[in-house]
Design a protein around this ligand. Structure first.
Ligand SMILES: O=C(O)CCC(=O)C(=O)O
Ligand SMILES: [Fe+2]
Length: 173
């Protein structure tokens, strides 16, 4: 019962944080402050906790294969402060530093230390359309498709953890 209450509070707080971040991202993009937040009004939130035990073969294995998250915004906390999240930048794996684009990332494990992480994934409401924000592509050619949530979910299921940004599958060829 206690964990449920704590998680509910945690989830609500993180939702609030994500809404604030959507506002700041919109302002930074030069669009109406509520533009992105509106899509997340009936947001679906998923929370995942990962436990990576210490591994004697740490150099030979990965904690999690390269992938990009299929959700709108992921908030992550490295619970016991053991580093292990890496992003791909200029073809190199480096420690993550947070970007707007859905960056390819993976996790590595440690020889001696266990690692814990908690993620909160925020996805738009089930009626949303997934694609470039109209405000951002006014006079430009659309580089990405716009599809409904159902088709987007199909795309996620069909594109396994293959390291490619899911966004590549949305590109108009
Ligand atoms: O454990 C981490 O640091 C990241 C895990 C992750 O990328 C994910 O769960 O999607
Ligand atoms: Fe991820």
């Amino acid at each position: 019962m206690l964990i449920r209450k704590t998680l509910e509070k945690y989830s609500k707080t993180l939702h609030g944080v994500s809404m604030q971040l959507f506002k700041l991202i919109s302002i930074n993009l030069g669009i109406e402050p509520e533009a992105i937040g509106k899509m997340f009004e009936n947001c679906t939130q998923g929370i995942r906790m990962n436990y990576y035990p210490p591994c004697p073969e740490a150099r030979e294995v990965l904690g999690l294969a390269p992938h990009s998250d299929a959700t709108g915004l992921t908030l992550l906390v490295q619970v016991n402060e053991v580093q292990g999240l890496q992003i791909k930048k200029n073809s190199k794996w480096i420690l993550s530093n947070g970007e707007y684009n859905s960056i390819e990332h993976r996790t590595v494990v440690d020889f001696e230390k266990e690692r814990l992480s908690i993620k909160a994934f925020h996805s738009p409401g089930l009626r949303a359309m997934i694609g470039p924000l109209p405000e951002l592509v006014k006079e430009k050619t659309h580089k990405y498709k716009t599809i409904d949530v159902q088709d987007y979910l199909k795309l996620i299921i069909n594109s396994k953890l293959d390291g490619k940004c899911l966004i590549d599958h949305m590109k108009i060829q």
